[in-house]
Design a protein around this ligand. Sequence first.
Ligand code: FE2
Ligand code: FE2
Length: 237
Amino acid sequence: MKRFNSIQNIGDIVVDFPKAAELFKELKIDFCCGGNRPLAIALKEQKLDEEKVMAKLNELYEVQQVNHNNSDRDWNEATIGELVKHIVDTHHAYLWSELPKMSEYVTKILRVHGENHPELLKVHKLFHMVKMELEEHLVKEETNQYPAIYRYLETKDKVDLIKAVKIIAELEAEHTAAGDILKELRLVTNDYLVPDDACRSYDLTYLKLVEMESDIFQHIHLENNILFPKLEALTNK
Ligand SMILES: [Fe+2]
Ligand SMILES: [Fe+2]
């Protein structure tokens, strides 16, 4: 019996099998902001062969089961406190440290190559849009939602849980907005294709943008598909 089928939601598949994220990234299937819909719909949109993709996905899963060497932590099994700590220590720390450095790179390649590569103007604009939006978003989570979660875990006061749940819709909308800018960045850079006359900084900037995209997708996945549903489930108890 196969583990996955195409009527399952994309996000649920990644929750169950985190390694699926790698395949979805490769196929440009949005598993974080667009995770809340059946895989079959995304496959149709991307004009992908459903049978082949499902076979590949199930094969990857079987290989992992055989190898038993999955060092990736299953965050669905973690406690809410562990999950929030991991998100802050890994993904928020990454963005706080990398975004300012990347701003310098993006500006530098615009200055050096903007004349011959006008798309760099668009890259500069989009990057700084997503940088600003993400910084405000991180602040909102770190000063509003996460402290409310920690307070709730300590005192079990429902007021704090309600505060943490009430803001989910707003945070999810911001995730979608950031995801949309990342998709546009991918489009204007032709999938981060570096031109022949590029210098090392150009290469490095595009590599860093790809790394940032991957980190943000994982970050949004952990919040949209694991943290937020866990919080919502608690309100029903
Ligand atoms: Fe976050
Ligand atoms: Fe977030």
